[in-house]
Design a protein around this ligand. Structure first.
Ligand code: SAH
Length: 463
């Protein structure tokens, strides 16, 4: 399978990518597109099925682009995710991984092989998401001026930007589904128009809903193409009436022609500008545009592992790079001397400061800016680090940051990653600079999708 979950097959020696086919299966497929080295084909018939194949429980799985692995049993998904990490560490990171052929280099006495643990999965891998981001469009009938139709919202059809209406998503918290349904109903009733990508006209672009799993608090964000919302008061009243748990209704204005959901301007229409939630006994305020992990149960697993890897005794100086609203920072602060968090989104840093205060944590400080600029400056100012934790976005760490880590020589580096290929690339840089990757723990944050999260522990080779 590719990292996008397509089956990789061969027909007379020619490589074909087939969506929905699993390793070990034989399928009859229709070739859709051919390039020099490979092609794409559509599965017509399953000739020989894999023991890992299951019926996808979601009725819209085939059309929707949101999940890619529902046709694969959950245990097989977890094994595939671990293997995906291993493959990247070996191929891109050139690392010896325990239990693989490439371990040969390790047994020659050079260094111990990297241990990649089995993926930590969920007992019940459904309904795990705390955030829904629903693109809004108009039903066909109303586009053509016919009767019926009106506002729809759901998902983009696989590989396209066509919006398909949806009432239920099996990986979404039920409450989020319910809120989205209600918000669409009210919008329809008030005759709110949907944004149209082609013409750039129409008002409502996205409905974003966040639910605090522990607190039960709900934030509704209306992402609009323009500032003015017709019948704004009725909207707000309608939402409050229909959704008792709502504590925050926010408007985000995005007038640009872009796939990015949020624009720069956010204003609170009603209630609080944040919702609160709790992870492992720590309370967090979360504002509309701040990053907050979408799977709270697995987030706790991930963060606990990161803290374990940090190996803290209570006196250490720790840097948390790419800290978001300070989630990992505050987990670390409970066991460290001092924690320094850095993050590029200013609102997230405001949240982080507020969160430290909220929990009576006074050994964590935060600064906003690019990690690759702020941390080198900290170094010049004389801040030392015993441990550096990084949790970058998909593109991985900036080279300048990796160089600074090498120059600061922390005893340990803990690398939290949502992309095994950039993880492997960055581990190679750290290895060449004097660190050894000891172990890697994949954690399944996004069941039924191809996303793979993991956390790696590196120690200084001269320790
Ligand atoms: N550790 C946090 C956030 C991880 S997501 C958590 O677990 O919740 C990655 C974060 O990196 C995002 O909040 C993003 O805004 C931030 N970011 C992206 N580029 C950055 C950069 N160059 N410097 C600092 N932060 C950055």
């Amino acid at each position: 399978m590719t990292h996008e979950g397509e089956g990789v097959g061969r027909a007379d020696g020619f490589t074909l990518f087939v969506q929905g086919a699993l390793p070990g299966e034989r399928v009859k497929a229709k070739v859709l597109k051919v390039k020099k080295q490979y092609g794409y084909a559509k599965q017509l018939e399953l000739l020989q099925s894999s023991p890992d194949r299951v019926d996808a429980p979601c009725p819209i799985y085939k059309q929707c682009g949101g999940c890619q692995l529902q046709h694969m049993g959950y245990d097989a998904q977890l094994r595939w995710k671990r293997q995906h990490v291993v493959d990247n560490l070996v191929r891109i990171g050139k690392l010896p991984v325990a239990g693989t052929m490439e371990q040969g280099g390790a047994s020659s006495g050079e260094r111990p092989a990297v241990i990649v643990h089995p993926t930590i999965g969920m007992d019940n891998p459904w309904r795990y998401r705390n955030k829904a981001q629903v693109p809004i469009g108009m039903a066909m009938a109303s586009l053509e001026g016919g009767a019926g139709g009106g506002l729809i919202g759901g998902f983009y059809a696989r590989g396209s930007h066509r919006i398909i209406d949806m009432d239920e998503c099996l990986i979404q918290h039920e409450q989020n589904d319910e809120v989205v349904r209600r918000v669409k109903e009210i919008g329809k009733r008030l005759g709110i128009t949907a944004y149209d990508e082609e013409s750039g006209r129409g008002l409502l672009r996205h409905v974003v809903v966040r639910t605090g799993f522990i607190s039960g608090e709900i934030m509704v964000v209306l992402v609009t193409n323009g500032r003015k919302i017709p019948h704004a008061d009725q909207w707000i009243e309608g939402i409050r009436e229909a959704i008792p748990g709502v504590t925050s209704i926010v408007q985000n204005i995005n007038t640009r022609t872009t796939n990015v959901i949020f624009g720069d301007e956010t204003r609170t229409l009603w209630g609080s500008d944040v919702i609160y939630d709790e992870l492992d006994g720590i309370r967090f305020a979360i504002s509309a545009r701040s990053f907050y992990q979408v799977n709270p149960a697995q987030t706790v697993e991930l963060y606990r592992k990161a803290v374990e890897y940090a190996g803290l005794t209570g006196s250490e100086n720790v840097i948390d790079a790419y800290c978001g609203i300070g989630t990992i920072s505050l987990f670390l602060a409970r066991q460290a001397g001092q924690v320094y968090g850095v993050e590029i989104v200013p609102e997230a840093i405001e949240d982080a400061k507020r969160n430290a205060e909220l929990n009576g944590i006074d050994n964590a400080s935060f600064e906003s800016g690019p990690a690759e600029v702020v941390i080198p400056r900290w170094r010049k100012e004389g801040i030392a680090a015993d441990v550096i934790v990084v949790d970058p976005p998909r593109k991985g760490c900036d080279t300048a940051l990796l160089e600074t880590i090498l120059a600061m020589k922390p005893e340990r580096v803990v690398y939290v990653s949502c992309n095994p290929s950039t993880l492997a690339r960055d581990l190679r840089v750290l290895e060449d600079g004097g660190y050894r990757t000891v172990e890697v723990q994949p954690v399944d944050m996004f069941p039924h999708t191809v996303h793979v999260e993991s956390v790696a522990l590196l120690v200084r080779k001269d320790m």
